[in-house]
Design a protein around this ligand. Structure first.
Ligand code: MN
Length: 154
């Protein structure tokens, strides 16, 4: 089940985040949420297979070409999460405030296991971006570490 991990982590009696389900739609969306949690970060979410594939980007989505940012893969979120803003109560998973930083429609240009190219059509970001999966290393162990950067257009 695509959203099992998302739902397991949350108590929907206590948090106002959506419980959600898997949906299929023609026009895809993206959202970037500013999440002022234990550590401030930005959550990049891309619609794929009826859910929002998600990465936590500690320093935020780069606006300039040539800037690479760390992006840590997190659990899939329901599509309804793209509209979520508010406060996750103290003691709950991800406690803190969530605000939409940018959102809009999404083009997927390539979706591979190790490389994703996508074009968000938002107000702050509106050009192709690349996500590259990093190989597990001593410094960055595990399978969830990616790099996010703006694609160079010639
Ligand atoms: Mn987050």
């Amino acid at each position: 089940m695509a959203l099992e991990e998302y739902q397991k982590k949350r108590d929907f009696k206590k948090t106002s985040e959506p419980k959600g389900g898997v949906e299929k739609r023609d026009v895809k969306i993206f959202v970037v949420q500013r999440h002022d949690s234990r550590r401030l970060h930005y959550d990049l979410r891309l619609e794929r297979d009826g859910v929002l594939k998600s990465w936590a980007v500690p320093k935020g989505v780069p606006l300039d070409v040539g800037v690479k940012r760390m992006a840590v893969k997190t659990e899939d979120h329901p599509l309804g999460y793209a509209g979520f803003e508010g406060t996750i109560p103290k003691g709950e998973y991800g406690a803190g405030s969530v605000k939409i930083w940018d959102k809009g429609t999404l083009e997927i240009n390539k979706w591979g296991d190790d490389e994703i190219v996508f074009t968000p059509h938002g107000e702050k970001i509106n050009s192709p971006y690349v996500l590259i999966k990093m190989k597990s290393s001593a410094r960055f162990p595990g399978e969830n570490n990616w790099l996010l950067f703006r694609k160079k257009i010639r």
